[in-house]
Design a protein around this ligand. Sequence first.
Ligand SMILES: [Zn+2]
Length: 281
Amino acid sequence: MKPFKIGGFEVYFLEDARFRLDGGAMFGVVPKPLWSRVTQSDAQNRIPLVIRPMLVRAGERWVLVETGMDDKQGEKHRKIYGIEAAGRLLEQLVVLGLEPGDIDLVINTHLHFDHAGLNTISRGDRIVPLFTNARYLVQKQELHDATHVHERNRASYLPENIEPVHDAGLFEEVEGEAEVLPGLTVFPLPGHTLGQQGVRLHSEGETLVYTADLMPTLAHAPLAYIMAYDLYPVTTLEVRKAFYPVWVEEEAYLATPHDPGHPLGRLVRDERGYRAEPVGL
Ligand SMILES: [Zn+2]
């Protein structure tokens, strides 16, 4: 596995699991004749997705953005979401000569099960934090919401991914933007959830942004291509309108969490609006 370099950072795009979600829910108000041009749905109208954690070598530190999906929920859950190869993250760390204990910092963009699933792992009949030497960085708002669920978000926040980390005192809550390491910043991207955060790497004039679910795949770049899963879709739109011009201007690389084909893209704007073009690694 070769790293992608952003100035002094080395970045690895991992892939933890493949899974499937309803295509209509993934594209919100966009009609199927439009979204079916960019992705193909199965007999249950589900489209293929991955979860792509991003591993960053920052000086002497290893930073993991998202932990992936895991398999703790069993067969029914696996079937509903068409989950395959959950837990591959661990194999990919091994390929890089790493163990979970080598990760210094975990960044949870938000605490949904498809992003924070490997925050914890089953050991016998117990569920314990996987990255025992790491701090888990999360927005204070997100941790609050994930531990005070309601009917609309309950299915996404699974206590087994959150409580053991909380009980072990490994969460570090941030409020708003914070430079975590030189050139590595977390910043709020509300909309999908109120407490979602993105990650920005900036080094030697180059910028990479991990978009979290503000832009789940490159196909979601157009302003109105907003998931029905978003709790605050109009906020998603406003946040896109605030950041998109900046990301075009600085020619930022964009890493999305769920794109099945392309780990990386760049935003372009033409007469028809915004879209994202894949970037080869
Ligand atoms: Zn997601």
